[in-house]
Design a protein around this ligand. Structure first.
Ligand code: MG
Length: 351
């Protein structure tokens, strides 16, 4: 559609529905209603959302047998590009927040979603993102119960930014966090590292690898539920997003005032990711994942945890009393060095 026709459509909202996001879509009028009824409501349909009230009113204790504490988390997603191998911003916006709930041992229940749309974004792209969020929410067992839409002028956004807030229920007796980490705990990872960061970077930089690298973007809640059901004692969980494994372990080491000693050869990194990292001068231990976590568990729970996590998981090190607040990497050659936090971000706009 030409820009003249777009302007006309915007001025006369009953005719020629536009194919891109218009400022009027955020204006609170008929166009906004059309956007909500044409794109968001059909995808996210559930009784709470369809009540169309100013607030979603939900049960945080979903049935009479459930008890527990409420977990709350919020996150914004600004990944560039919006679509990448193995995922898109919508999938990320659901799984990222669901995973933060899961890291507290919570069963995710409800999500809210706020969209900041840039004028000119193709409605077909928005629809694709929203449908991807619907599918991800179904996969993760959560409902998107309320939301918000704002539109900013062309050039003042990057297509779409999404903020999701999650509510979950932590079962009685479950207490997971850095305060429980202690020397002697084993350090595990749930799978191979770095695929999300490299998948996003490959599109952004126009790189083609011999074997395409797909994002590891996935929900971790069912995995955490399975670990709890198997009777695994979980001291701490952390999803490996921005800053990768190195950031997660440094944060936990500092918050728990312990040392972490890693066995580099045991850390799973796929050959394509390792190759891409070498090519790009990146360290896979700093590259973001979106469907991987690190776990700190007592030695007695290691075998059961690894069996529940499946074949991709690995024991990569242990929590130690020596060198508190420092992560040390033992290399395959018998040497060792400190694994630091980076000063900034190795790969900006990755989630
Ligand atoms: Mg997190």
């Amino acid at each position: 559609m030409s820009s003249d026709r777009e302007r006309l459509a915007s001025a006369c909202p009953t005719q020629h529905p536009p194919s891109t996001v218009q400022l009027a879509h955020g204006g609170g009028g008929r166009r906004m209603r059309q956007l909500i009824e044409g794109v968001f409501l059909p995808a996210f349909a559930n009784p709470t959302l369809l009540a169309r009230h100013d607030s979603a009113v939900v049960d945080v204790v979903p049935d009479v047998t459930s008890r527990g504490r409420v977990a709350l988390t919020t996150d914004s997603y600004v990944v560039k590009p919006l679509f990448f191998p193995g995922g898109d911003i919508g999938r990320l916006a659901v799984f990222g927040t669901v995973n933060d709930l899961a890291m507290a041992g919570a069963r995710p229940l409800h999500l809210t979603a706020a969209f900041i749309l840039e004028e000119g974004l193709a409605l077909a792209a928005l629809r694709r993102i929203v449908e991807s969020m619907r599918d991800a929410a179904t996969e993760a067992g959560v409902a998107i119960v309320t939301g918000d839409t704002k539109v900013v002028d062309r050039g003042k956004g990057d297509g779409v930014f999404i903020t999701t807030t999650g509510v979950g229920l932590v079962p009685p007796g479950v207490d997971i966090g850095p305060h429980r980490v202690q020397p002697g705990d084993a350090v595990l990872v749930s799978g191979d590292l770095g695929r999300h960061g490299i998948a996003v970077l490959s599109v952004r930089e126009g790189l083609a690898f011999a074997s395409p690298i797909e994002s590891d973007c996935a929900a971790l809640a069912s995995c955490v539920a399975a670990l709890l059901a198997a009777g695994v004692t979980l001291h701490c969980l952390r999803d490996l997003t921005r800053g990768g494994l190195a950031a997660a372990l440094n944060e936990i080491a500092m918050d728990a005032n312990v040392g972490v000693l890693l066995d580099e050869p045991a850390i799973p990194v796929s050959e394509p990711v390792r190759g891409a990292c070498e090519l790009l001068g990146l360290d896979p231990l700093h590259v973001a994942c979106e469907g991987r976590m690190t776990l700190m568990v007592p030695a007695a729970s290691v075998e059961r945890a690894l069996a529940t996590l499946g074949s991709g998981a690995a024991r990569i090190g242990q929590v130690v009393e020596a060198h508190p607040r420092v992560v040390v990497l033992k290399t395959g050659l018998g040497g060792s060095h400190t694994l630091d936090l980076l000063a900034g971000e190795q790969l900006p706009r990755i989630c």
